[in-house]
Ligand binder design. Structure first.
Ligand code: SAM
Length: 257
């Protein structure tokens, strides 16, 4: 799991990973704190949260039965897992102190409904923390990547994410009805891969995943060639992943429409 092992920098702050930047949002407490991981996937964030101590009551939500099964196989039994969509969760109203989400919000459909649902389950003033994408790659490799992918994807490439998720103003518009004290921070994960290591990692991104399988070998060869022109004396690229952390507080019920 690539992002689990890359240190993340946010302004002057360093985290062991982008997941750790979300754990950081949980304030120490002597009482039970209910935390939901939305789009939990195989459960890495829930594992880190579990290590924080028994005061955290943990629930993972993911609509993929396969991901939930993987998470169930590795997580302690006191972590509750729900195979259900973020747009309609079985969690009671105002039951949750904090909703966290790592690289999942931006792939969810009907985000207004997702945020309405997060607001419904959060206690008034409860916290939302999310890591989302900002730019695929850091440095010159980003332009090389866009150029190759753009050549193959045409205008269809951006169809996965809602239009609003492509700008800060869009995210603000989505969050504003339900959240206040919204803060956005750039989260950089520097990385020095070889061209082939980077190509291999990109294979698992949603952009590449949506391209026709038949054209993958050609795309990978073009990416490899483009990246090869950018390596340093050690044969490595100076790049990384460009993410963003959102932190916000749930508005009182009367504040949301
Ligand atoms: C890129 S993965 C991230 C997984 C995990 N948070 C991580 O970072 O390791 C996105 C996850 O969001 C889940 N997901 C996407 N849309 C969803 C929805 N509407 N409701 C619940 N889960 C969703 C997917 O099944 C997938 O597991």
């Amino acid at each position: 799991m690539l992002f689990a092992t890359l240190p993340a920098h946010m302004g002057g702050r360093d985290f062991a990973s982008s997941y750790a930047s979300l754990v950081d949002l949980i304030a120490p407490s002597n009482t039970s704190v209910h935390v939901v991981d939305l789009g939990c996937g195989s459960g890495h964030l829930l594992q880190l949260l579990h290590e924080q101590g028994a005061h955290l009551r943990l629930t993972g939500v993911d609509f993929s039965i396969a991901e939930i099964a993987v998470a169930r196989g590795s997580l302690p039994t006191d972590v509750r897992l729900l195979a259900e969509p973020a747009q309609s969760m079985s969690i009671p109203d105002q039951d949750v102190d904090c909703v966290l989400s790592h690289l999942a919000l931006m792939v969810m459909h009907d985000l207004p409904q997702v945020f309405a649902e997060i607001h419904r389950i959060l206690k008034p003033g409860g916290r939302l923390g999310a890591v989302i994408g900002r730019r695929m790659l850091l440095g010159e490799a980003h332009l090389a990547y866009r150029e190759v992918i753009g050549r193959h994807a045409g205008s269809g490439l951006t169809a996965l994410a809602a239009e609003e998720t492509r700008s800060l103003d869009g995210w603000r518009m989505l969050l504003d009805p339900f959240f206040e004290s919204v803060q956005f921070d750039d989260l950089d994960l520097p990385w020095r891969p070889t061209p082939s290591e980077l190509c291999e990692a990109l294979r698992y991104t949603y952009d590449i995943d949506r391209l026709p399988v038949a054209s993958l070998p050609q795309i990978m060869a073009e990416l490899d060639e483009a990246f090869a022109g950018l390596v340093d004396g050690e044969g490595r690229l100076t790049t990384g992943w460009g993410l963003r952390r959102i932190a916000a507080r749930s508005r009182n019920a009367s504040g949301a429409s």
